[in-house]
Write a protein that binds this ligand. Structure first.
Ligand SMILES: NC(=O)c1ccc[n+]([C@@H]2O[C@H](COP(=O)([O-])OP(=O)(O)OC[C@H]3O[C@@H](n4cnc5c(N)ncnc54)[C@H](OP(=O)(O)O)[C@@H]3O)[C@@H](O)[C@H]2O)c1
Length: 202
């Protein structure tokens, strides 16, 4: 599968590693242009390339939006049309404050819905938001089981694509339902958020 990644920071880079190691083609993109990502592409190897955010969006069978929560509006606006694109959204409403990570108030709108509204026409799949980037560099095979990736989305085919990506990388995708039903279970503050080390598919 081809994966386009918008935002090559900690999580975007970790996911690029997950998917290239699984044999997928990944195009990373960031704020500073493709040249700035040449060292990262070198580390990721032959399955990786760099482009602009628009090129990454066009490249990906799945497009990953992996920018900071505060940058989601500008990143979304940088792609003129999201229509029909399968977009994996691992964003959490968190920012680094002076005392550590702070939860950003989304004004009563569920976090995933807040992001989905910025991507009109996109087939949004929430997922991979519950793992720290560092944890994604580790083997998902643990104690005879596989680490679980919780997914939510309103479009079955889009969810299937993301589930195939997760499964091919050694995880076990688990469909929690629609964005409205499933995402609140594992979004920031949800009952399944932070349980990754305990959720294994055997
Ligand atoms: N880090 C984690 O462990 C983790 C785990 C789960 C979920 N998440 C979620 O994943 C998202 C990214 O987190 P992160 O820790 O990876 O943040 P990060 O390290 O700050 O990386 C975000 C990247 O996005 C780039 N970016 C910003 N605006 C962009 C735009 N318009 N187009 C292209 N690239 C843009 C940034 O570039 P500049 O630096 O040049 O601005 C930066 O490289 C957040 O929403 C976070 O909640 C993170």
């Amino acid at each position: 599968m081809n994966v386009g990644i918008i935002g090559a920071g900690r999580l975007g880079t970790a996911l690029a590693g997950v998917f290239t190691r699984a044999g997928h083609q990944v195009m990373v993109s960031g704020n500073k242009g493709p040249q700035a990502l040449a060292p990262l592409v070198g580390e990721l190897g032959a399955n990786a390339s760099a482009g602009t955010p628009q090129e990454a969006a066009d490249f990906g069978d799945v497009v990953v939006l992996a920018v900071q929560w505060d940058r989601k509006e500008s990143a979304a606006a940088s792609i003129p049309s999201w229509q029909g694109r399968t977009v994996l959204v691992p964003l959490n409403p968190l920012r680094q404050g002076s005392g550590g990570l702070e939860v950003i108030d989304t004004g009563g709108t569920p976090p995933t819905e807040t992001v989905a509204r910025l991507l009109p026409g996109a087939l949004v799949v929430k997922g991979f938001n519950t793992y720290l980037a560092q944890a994604l560099t580790e083997d998902p095979a643990v104690d005879g089981g596989r680490r679980v990736v919780l997914l939510a989305g309103d479009h079955t085919d889009a969810k299937r694509k993301v589930a195939d990506l997760a499964d091919s990388a050694g995880f076990q995708a688990v469909d929690t339902g629609t964005l409205a039903e499933g995402a609140p279970l594992f979004d920031t503050g949800g009952p399944l958020n932070g349980l990754n080390r305990d959720l294994l598919a055997l």
